[in-house]
Write a protein that binds this ligand. Structure first.
Ligand code: CP
Length: 359
């Protein structure tokens, strides 16, 4: 790609920070100012299904984030990256951000969307299997983005689905593109995380207020964090559960050799944390429950002055709105940036990276 053709600081950014907000909206240009995205590396994602954060390496996350940063800065629609492509957004479980940001991403890339906002409008309401729904989707679209309450739903639809599947949340399983949005926000906030750590650079203390074993967004965030372990001094999980990870994540932590601890006392650790990832809504069994809701943050919480908060949202009262207009708020940038990192992923999976201007 010829990066000379892209101005990292155009006069009119594609996405303006919310009017009147003091929220932290890091500048995307810092991510690609020195090195443009390696599109040949990203071409490996062509035709791939994305089911888990485990499928990424740190380089893929960084290259996708660099491409996302360009997409956030330019107007891509005139280049029609997804013309002729149809995505089905099949949401068998409620969503505000994921479905709409994916649909926005496809539409801004000049692709088309068939939107299923609710499983009751499909044959599922009559008892149709996901396997049969998958067989039908092969004829109707080029890519499926699915959310479902069942953890094994991706496996079931993939028995017959032959177009790429993006897992947009499967029960208490995973939410890999949420993790991409999380790390895109963090990489914009600290672009040096996208490069090998220099010997003297400070490492981050990451805090998780939540239960990775039961909260899919928290789990995918943590799995992706392991890819950046050289930049992380420690992970502290603050949870009301004695074993908040579950067996498979415990194995991932052990294999990564990362320094981590578990506590149920938020007061002990909060003043030490550089990044706080929080959530309280978990899909457990057959319904939404709140976990860890006793850990609440507001603008009077004893945070480090430069600490940032991430939250996949929706929030309940664990994340007080008094934080929205403070520099701790990275969660709006995280939600807004999801459109662009999803665009980057869609262009890679659907083999349209060559539509980026300057290529
Ligand atoms: N972050 C997230 O998954 O939000 P939605 O449930 O609104 O899609």
């Amino acid at each position: 790609m010829n990066s000379d053709k892209l101005d990292p600081n155009p006069a009119t950014p594609f996405l303006e920070p919310p009017e009147g907000s003091d929220a932290t909206h890091p500048e995307p240009g810092g991510l690609f100012a020195e090195t443009p995205p390696d599109l040949e590396w990203l071409a490996q994602l062509k035709g791939r299904s994305i089911l888990s954060a485990r499928e990424f390496d740190s380089r893929s996350v960084c290259e996708l984030s660099k491409l996302a940063a360009i997409l956030e800065k330019i107007e891509i629609a005139p280049y029609h990256p997804l013309d002729g492509k149809i995505a089905v957004t099949a949401f068998f479980e409620a969503s505000t951000r994921t479905r709409i940001s994916f649909e926005s991403a496809v539409l801004r890339l000049d692709g088309k969307v068939i939107s299923i906002p609710d499983g009751t409008v499909t044959g599922q309401a009559k008892g149709e299997s996901l396997q049969d729904i998958g067989e039908m989707f092969n004829a109707y679209c080029d890519l499926v983005i699915m959310r479902h309450t069942d953890t094994d739903s991706p496996e079931r639809i993939l028995e017959n689905l032959r177009v790429p599947l993006i897992n947009a949340g499967n029960g208490s399983g995973e939410h890999p593109t949420q993790a991409l949005a999380d790390w895109y926000a963090l990489l914009k906030w600290r672009p040096e995380l996208a490069a090998p750590r220099s010997g003297t650079a400070p490492k981050l203390h990451l805090g998780i207020l939540g239960t990775p074993g039961s909260m899919r967004a928290v789990k995918s965030f943590l799995l992706m964090a392991l890819l950046f372990k050289d930049h992380i001094a420690r992970v502290t999980v603050i949870s009301e559960m004695a074993d908040p990870f579950g067996e498979d994540v415990t194995k991932d932590l052990a294999e990564a050799g990362i320094d981590y601890c578990v506590s149920n006392d938020v007061r002990e650790f909060l003043p030490q944390l550089d990044v706080i990832y929080m959530n309280s809504i978990a899909f457990l069994g057959d319904s939404y429950r709140t976990l860890d809701s006793r850990y609440k943050l507001d603008s009077s919480s004893p945070l480090k002055p430069e600490a940032v908060i991430l939250h996949p949202l929706a929030r309940l009262d664990e994340l007080d709105t008094s934080l929205d207009k403070t520099p701790h708020n990275l969660y709006f940038s995280q939600a807004h940036g999801a459109v662009f990192v999803r665009q980057a992923l869609l262009m890679a999976v659907l083999d349209r990276l060559d539509r980026l201007p300057g290529v």
